[in-house]
Design a protein around this ligand. Sequence first.
Ligand SMILES: NC(=O)c1ccc[n+]([C@@H]2O[C@H](COP(=O)([O-])OP(=O)(O)OC[C@H]3O[C@@H](n4cnc5c(N)ncnc54)[C@H](O)[C@@H]3O)[C@@H](O)[C@H]2O)c1
Length: 264
Amino acid sequence: MARLKDKVIMVTGGARGLGEAEARRFAAEGAMVAICDVLEAEGRETAAAIGAAGGRACFFPLDVTDERAWEATVRAVKAWGGGIHGLVNNAGIVNRTGTSGTTLEAWSRVLAVNLTGAFLGIRAVAPVMRDSGGGAIVSIASVAAYTGHNDPAYSTTKAGVLGLTRSAAMEFVDWGIRVNAVSPGIIVTALNEGGGHLEPWRRATPLGRYGRMEEVANTVLFLLSDEASFITGEDIAVDGGFKAGGAARRISVEAGIDLTAPIA
Ligand SMILES: NC(=O)c1ccc[n+]([C@@H]2O[C@H](COP(=O)([O-])OP(=O)(O)OC[C@H]3O[C@@H](n4cnc5c(N)ncnc54)[C@H](O)[C@@H]3O)[C@@H](O)[C@H]2O)c1
């Protein structure tokens, strides 16, 4: 299997969690993976583990909120791989306080990492991608982009990522660059581990379980690959049906309504 053979793919937040799963998956499909993160030790470990498994990966320290650092990292990745064909804007943080409890500092930090980070990444990488013969960008949004959420800063950034995705898709179509998003539902990672919302969220997920990191990674892989060659400006939910009707489905379950029975 080599669906990303010799493609150079940058993954922000690639040191752990979903980003690590994506990096491992892409490397297994023949990509050279640039793992970009603020977590240096974990990032180097992930790159080394990919190398030990026969893949190609290199760690590049990057704070996605830092405009200058983006320019330097893109130069370094290009020098390492000879070009750049893919970018996954995966780095993200949560805040988990309501609007009334969110300080301006906390609000600004979440916007800087989740939304401005993706903007800076797309802006820095797109010209190199064009000069590399085109490519694909995938930003990790969330079902929180679509629903009211108990973390308004987070929810706002994820809705913003969808706007950025559609706009960038239109802007870069003539450069041979497709731009898409993936919206995961609930997947247990360091981002949410131990959270009291996990189990209720699982119950509200029509497929009745948490998602697996590999399920997100597989979808991002698809969008990066030539199999998705006619898809741009789109978002794919990987959420066990939550966005499609998790609330209605849960209401039916609690009310004892059999959805397969004929209506009396
Ligand atoms: N886990 C879920 O249920 C879930 C659901 C929907 C969306 N997401 C999104 O998936 C993405 C990955 O989340 P995860 O669950 O793997 O969380 P995680 O906390 O395990 O991983 C996030 C990674 O981003 C990195 N990061 C944070 N700030 C950074 C910065 N300024 N610069 C560079 N890297 C930075 C972290 O160091 C970490 O490696 C996030 O965008 C998150 O919002 C996760």
